[in-house]
Design a binder for this molecule. Structure first.
Ligand SMILES: Nc1ncnc2c1ncn2[C@@H]1O[C@H](COP(=O)(O)OP(=O)(O)OP(=O)(O)O)[C@@H](O)[C@H]1O
Ligand SMILES: [Mg+2]
Length: 483
């Protein structure tokens, strides 16, 4: 369900949909306007035809009348003369809205009209106002257009004439047009959709490339670059991102160089301090309190040495100065070795370590010493940060393989890590929560682990439910990409 929602939220779909709606709207509007204009044009042509016909009739009858009582006679005469060439119906009304001549009821003798039939409302209005009217109606599933105008004799309205014609010929034409329109509509929609698909794909391709590279940069891969150099806005964005990555890379290099130099410079004085402290400790004449001071100096010197070594290792990994000795290796062997090595520390904290691993694992291309260091760090963290949280601290190592990866999970039942810190713990010197500060450590272990896993083209991340413990997931590719 979530996947479906995400699909509809993605830019490609939104662009495609808006393009689709635009095309649909445009074609429909075009069809509708075309229908409206042509229908309007047809109707007004027909209306002026009827108007001309009624004009002709009115002129004929008024020219052949000597007084207003002759309207019936002249109308009949007109119909007799013209009915064969008339393609319209013509009805004549007298002043009181009664039909006095009707082209539809002409019999063979052409003389008998349905006299005294009632007129209609429209004619009443024409007779009253003296203004012509035009209207359309539907009769027995046929469409008609009518035009009615008054008949004046001198200045007096003596009746009205109504001329009507079917518009079914237009409708038949429009039915054909509708079919053509539908076919054109579907074809242009398909063509527009195809074009929209190509257009959206071409636009979104560089956008997605930029997104992926930006995400890589945000994960610390500052050497990633967007390979899109067009002279458009996306090209500008790519160049800006590349420039930003370059600056970040330079900054990171300077930082690493600084750390490496400092660490290196600290190494010699530390060795000297430690050497002198050890020599003094061996002096038999030394007082008890002085011995204690020297022990502290020794311990702190050890701690500093460890920090300096970790910093040096990290900067070497970051600047890719560490050469990975990658060869196919059985990770199970490494894990069993690490579990064995960590047993003494686990016993000290009353912690049990268990390992669930398939009997046979595929050989994975790794640097065994570095991967050994990864699991030492993870299991060391799991033991030391779980201490005192539950009565029975447990560390579980779970190994499985998927189609492309070897997955190792190291989980504990300690206090866990707050959700907001799950990404930050891989940053150097970051230590999560006040509880960690009381536990020995400098905050470099996971940064080194991440660099090692990255150097194997693998992935590492942490999952945790606070108060319940946490799980570190390491994924190593079964095959290294070919260079
Ligand atoms: N299993 C764990 N349970 C709870 N918190 C953890 C766990 N593993 C790591 N953390 C948190 O992540 C922080 C970073 O761990 P990291 O291993 O990088 O440093 P560290 O253990 O403090 O020092 P060191 O450099 O000696 O390893 C720790 O300080 C701790 O707050
Ligand atoms: Mg650690």
């Amino acid at each position: 369900m979530n996947k479906i929602f995400n699909f509809f939220r993605n830019m490609r779909w939104k662009l495609f949909l808006s393009y689709f709606i635009l095309v649909l709207f445009n074609i429909s509007l075009l069809g509708f306007l075309f229908y409206l204009f042509t229908m309007g044009h047809f109707m007004s042509t027909r209306e002026s035809y009827l108007e001309t016909a009624s004009d002709y009739f009115v002129k004929f009858v008024t020219a052949n009348m000597e007084n207003d009582g002759q309207l019936i006679g002249t109308s009949k005469f007109f119909l007799r003369q013209n009915w064969e060439k008339m393609d319209y119906e013509l009805i004549v009304y007298d002043r009181s809205n009664l039909i006095i001549a009707d082209s539809r009821s002409l019999d063979e003798q052409m003389g008998i009209f349905s006299m005294n039939s009632k007129g209609d409302e429209k004619i009443l209005s024409v007779l009253k106002t003296g203004r012509p009217l035009c209207w359309k109606i539907k009769k027995d599933s046929s469409n008609f257009i009518y035009y009615a105008c008054p008949i004046f004799f001198e200045t007096k309205i003596i009746g009205a004439v109504k001329i009507g014609m079917t518009t079914d010929d237009f409708n038949a034409l429009f039915d054909i047009f509708k079919d053509y329109f539908l076919i054109t509509f579907i074809l242009s929609l398909i063509a527009a959709l195809g074009l929209a698909f190509i257009f959206v794909r071409n636009i979104m391709k560089p956008v997605m490339k930029i997104r992926d590279i930006a995400s890589e940069i945000s994960q610390g891969k500052f050497e990633s670059r967007v390979n899109y150099d067009a002279m458009d806005e996306l090209g500008d964005l790519s160049r800006t991102i590349n420039k930003m990555a370059e600056d970040l890379n330079k900054l990171e290099e300077t930082r690493n160089l600084f750390l490496a130099n400092i660490s290196h410079e600290l190494k010699t004085p530390l060795t000297i301090i430690k050497g002198f402290a050890l020599t003094m400790e061996g002096d038999p004449e030394i007082r008890e309190d002085q011995k204690h001071f020297l022990e502290t100096i020794n311990k702190e010197a050890d701690r500093l040495t460890r920090l300096v070594n970790e910093l040096l290792e990290l900067s070497r990994l970051k600047t890719k100065k560490t050469v990975m000795k990658i060869a196919p290796f059985d990770v199970k062997e490494i894990i069993e070795d690490v579990v064995f090595n960590m047993q003494t520390k686990a016993d000290k904290f009353n912690c049990t370590i268990s390992c669930s691993c398939p009997d046979k694992l595929p050989l994975v291309p790794i640097d065994p010493d570095k991967i050994h260091e990864v699991f030492i760090n993870l299991i060391d963290n799991a033991i030391k940060y779980s201490q005192g949280h539950k009565e029975k601290p447990e560390v579980k190592v779970f190994v499985e393989t998927t189609e492309k990866e070897l997955v190792v999970k190291v989980s504990d039942n300690g206090p866990g890590i707050p959700q907001a810190d799950l990404d930050l713990i891989f940053e150097k010197f970051f230590r999560s929560g006040s509880r960690s500060q009381k536990i020995e450590g400098v905050g470099l272990g996971l940064s080194i682990v991440k660099e090692i896993v990255n150097a194997h083209n693998g992935k590492i991340y942490a999952e945790s439910t606070e108060g319940q413990g946490c799980t570190f997931v390491v994924k190593l590719p079964l095959q290294q990409p070919k260079k």
